[in-house]
Design a protein around this ligand. Structure first.
Ligand code: CTP
Length: 401
């Protein structure tokens, strides 16, 4: 339908980028990006009006986001149309703005486009050999200065190579090594590096990307002096398993859980606090996220020995009751097996124990409402957790009060 609107307005519209790449590779991708040869802002407003979608526009960047009632989001960008087109130019010239737009991209596999105007619906456009490179399973840059122009592409190259199990093209690999040697990361804003790092940590298997980052000397460049030994790698693997456990057991909590933070805890685990602060300062993490991370690290350090010496369910419960999901996931990864079991039991069962008695029951006993109420209810919860009280007998819980 969007293509139809484009056609009526006499514009060309194309699906581009990751969506098309993943369509060809056969991987799910719900980030739909459209490039319009023309003004995406005016176009998006028109689409929104005709198709009943909401639209957010960004005049300065000439981009827009459409949000459809069923929740589908589509990002639109403008391919700059040339101002002075030679009179009588051939229709082919019409693809020039799209080509220019695609030319600025990182890797050939990201330069595929699919036209969505009804007249040529589904026509695949491949200016830079993206299709060939997908077939050959290669990550290739479009030009020799790609990593110099944007060194965060070094991280992207290794992320995509890992995700799709592609190799770097020979020339691309050479350019990447040169870019690392020239310490080009120093020229990039910390938060752009952090953004890409986060994308890596949100991949299915960040460890495999990190092994590559290490091999190409990127890790040492980003985190000078960081310990990257067997133990750390094992911890990454354990975090991966804990993350899977969490996603399977808590699908409702998943969308609000910052899984990348759990990996950051693993990355910085056992590093001196000063050094961690330096790393975070260099990445210019948002203040809130930096404080959160440092706080989680501290809590994990303090909790671990206490969990290791705990011997009752209620002790595990009291230690972990207020722990955010990220901390539970990390602790279940970093603890010895028996403790890890207990952390997971707290997460899946113990924390959800609800006493069958309430404040009203305590009032009926003649006590004045106050902090003692919640303390008493907590005691009941702990007694249920320890198996001293049956979870389903209100009688016995009342008697316990
Ligand atoms: N891009 C780029 N250089 C960057 C970042 C992005 O050239 N440093 C281009 C890429 O060609 C990409 C597009 O911008 O296709 C959109 O980027 P992004 O949404 O980050 O990536 P996706 O390719 O959609 O990857 P993912 O599947 O990880 O979302």
């Amino acid at each position: 339908r969007i293509g139809e609107v484009a056609q009526e307005l006499g514009l060309n519209a194309y699906l581009v980028g990751g969506f098309v790449r993943d369509l060809v590779i056969g991987r799910k991708n719900f980030d739909i990006d459209i490039v319009v040869e023309g003004d995406a802002v005016t176009f998006s407003k028109e689409v929104a009006k005709r198709l009943g979608a909401k639209v957010h526009t960004f005049e300065r960047f000439k981009t827009a986001t459409l949000i459809f009632p069923e929740g589908l989001r589509i990002d639109l960008a403008s391919a700059r149309t040339e101002l002075y087109r030679s009179p009588g130019a051939l229709p082919e010239v019409d693809t020039a703005p799209l080509k220019k737009d695609l030319m600025r991209r990182d890797f050939t596999i990201n330069t595929l486009a699919v036209k969505i105007n009804p007249s040529e619906f589904g026509r695949l456009i491949d200016f830079f050999g993206g299709l060939r490179d997908i077939k050959e399973r290669k990550i290739r840059v479009l030009h020799s200065l790609s990593f110099v122009e944007d060194p965060t592409r070094i991280l992207r190259a290794l992320r995509f190579a890992t995700r799709y199990r592609f190799e770097l093209g020979r020339h691309t690999e050479r350019l990447l090594k040169m870019a690392v040697e020239r310490k080009l990361f120093k020229t990039v804003e910390g938060q752009r590096i952090y953004h890409e790092l986060k994308q890596i940590l949100l991949e299915e298997n960040p460890l495999r990307v990190f092994l590559k980052l290490d091999r190409y000397g990127v890790l040492a460049e980003l985190f000078p002096g960081l310990r990257w030994d067997r133990e750390k790698k094992d911890l990454f693997e354990k975090v991966r398993k804990s993350v899977i456990w969490h996603k399977l057991n808590f699908p409702k909590l998943s969308p609000d859980t910052d899984y990348h933070l759990v990996y950051l805890l693993a990355l910085f685990w056992g590093e001196p606090e000063n050094r961690v602060k330096e790393y975070l300062a260099a990445l210019t993490l948002p203040g809130k996220e930096e404080r959160e991370l440092l706080n989680l690290l501290k809590r994990a350090r303090e909790l671990l020995p206490r969990l290791e010496s705990a011997d009752r369910n209620s002790t595990y419960l009291s230690l972990l009751e207020s722990a955010p999901e990220e901390l539970l996931i990390f602790l279940s990864a970093v603890s010895p097996p028996e403790v890890s079991e207990k952390v997971r039991e707290v997460a899946t069962r113990l924390r959800y124990i609800k006493p069958l008695v309430s404040g009203n029951d305590i009032k009926a006993l003649g006590l004045k409402p106050g902090p003692v109420f919640s303390e008493l209810l907590r005691r009941v919860k702990y007694a249920v957790a320890d198996g001293e009280l049956p979870p389903d007998s209100r009688e016995e819980q009342l008697a316990y009060l």
